[in-house]
Design a protein around this ligand. Structure first.
Ligand SMILES: [Zn+2]
Length: 409
């Protein structure tokens, strides 16, 4: 059988799976339905990078997203850049969503007004359920919006490590303490506040924390102690990510995460000067915290091979393909093919849509994820290295069992 034929059969099998969406930035549904939407909403979020790189002014992009401004004028500022970005992985979910949910085979000058009308009608309570649960078969989506006020059991939050480790003023320290009903004078007092804060989050349904893979400076308790004293006397003694006090608070939080069974998700790669976000910066941290479970994001793109070796060598690291399929389907397929050689199949998480406002694009991203995973596995089936049913079982682990087990859902 040809690879394409096996791939199609596998995709059909994957479409029957219930899945865990292992990373989103979705706010509560009322936030989405209370905002105006239009055809340009489908080109918001990550597509920004490609539009701006193609030559669109950042201010023009910001105006493009402003649903209260004139749509025709905004479309005119966007349309010249569409031909430059439409074949990229970032744009594809917009076209997949327009077809699946709104019945348009393309998005262009001739139909954006009509598409907008249909989108506005659909922007009603229930839209999350119909897109995420009914269309995508997502049982649970892990989401990061720095908030925990989600109703129902569709969206489950993670919260930023920086909330506690990144305090930069004594007032912020006091506010964190006040939030959990404690008093703070010493560093040890503050560690008690951090623990109480994590437990409060757990009580609100939080299943994990989020940090970034940057080079953290070494920190001793003595360093942290003296910097905390400076913070108390009004000095700028803590700079998130770069001061020893931050590292000390981060390390303490990571140990508390292990004690209280919270997963630590880690952003790696892609943004801006991605050299500062290399997944390899995480290596000393995963070694210092062998009991903490890390969910390493985005294949560390473009450092996909190094990230695969981190997943291979460290039992406390899982590898999460959130965002990857819409960065590059080809890079994701090539890397995942190598990972299948290297990384045990119980350590990979297949999908996280990684979207905020344009919830429709979660569907488009999921279609692309199914294609990528089916292609990698179909080649193995074609080469006689696994059976079709073994391929389906591996994919079920990646889409369902692994995120479910890691996060205790
Ligand atoms: Zn994200």
């Amino acid at each position: 059988m040809h690879t394409r034929e096996i791939q199609s059969k596998l995709i059909a099998a994957f479409e029957t799976f219930e899945i865990i969406d292992a990373h989103e930035h979705l706010p509560p549904e009322h936030v989405r339905t209370s905002q105006p939407v239009d055809a340009l909403t489908l080109f918001s979020h990550y597509t920004r990078t490609d539009l701006v790189t193609a030559g669109m002014a950042p201010e023009a992009y910001e105006r493009m997203k402003d649903g209260s401004a004139d749509l025709e004028e905004r479309w005119k500022s966007f349309a010249p850049f569409l031909p430059f970005v439409r074949f990229g992985s970032y744009a594809r979910p917009a076209f997949l969503a327009a077809r699946e949910f709104y019945g348009f085979d393309d998005i262009n000058d001739d139909n954006y007004l009509e598409l907008t009308e249909v989108m506005r009608k659909a922007n009603m309570p229930g839209i999350y359920n119909s897109i995420l649960r009914e269309k995508c078969k997502i049982r649970t989506a892990l989401t990061q919006q720095g908030r925990t006020d989600y109703e129902g059991d569709l969206l489950v939050p993670l919260m930023p490590v920086d909330t506690y480790a990144g305090v930069t003023t004594w007032q912020a320290v006091q506010e964190r303490a006040h939030d959990v009903g404690q008093a703070v004078n010493t560093l040890d007092d503050y560690l008690g506040v951090v623990e109480a804060g994590l437990l409060k989050w757990k009580g609100e349904g939080v299943v994990g924390l989020k940090m970034r893979s940057t080079p953290y400076p070494p920190a001793t308790r003595a360093d942290a102690h003296s910097l905390f004293e400076k913070l108390r006397t009004g000095e700028q003694a803590n700079v998130p990510g770069t001061s020893p006090l931050f590292t000390f608070l981060l390390d303490s939080t990571l140990d508390l995460a292990a004690r209280h069974n919270l997963v630590v998700a880690v952003h790696a790669g892609m943004w801006g000067d991605f050299r500062t976000l290399d997944s390899q910066h995480l290596i000393p941290i995963v070694q210092r915290h062998p009991n903490t479970r890390f969910d390493l994001y985005h294949m560390g793109m473009p450092e996909v091979r190094q990230t695969g070796v981190i997943g291979k060598n460290f039992p406390n690291v899982w590898l999460n393909l959130c965002w990857c399929h819409i960065i590059s389907q080809r890079m994701t397929v090539a890397a995942l093919d190598e990972w299948l050689d290297m990384v045990p199949v119980n350590k990979i998480l297949a999908f996280g849509g990684d979207y905020g406002k344009p919830v429709e694009k979660v569907y488009g991203h999921l279609v692309m994820a199914r294609e990528d995973i089916a292609l990698v596995l179909a080649r193995r089936v074609r080469d006689g290295l696994m059976t079709e049913s073994q391929a389906v079982e591996v994919a079920r682990r990646w889409f369902w069992d692994n995120p479910k087990e890691l996060y205790g859902l």
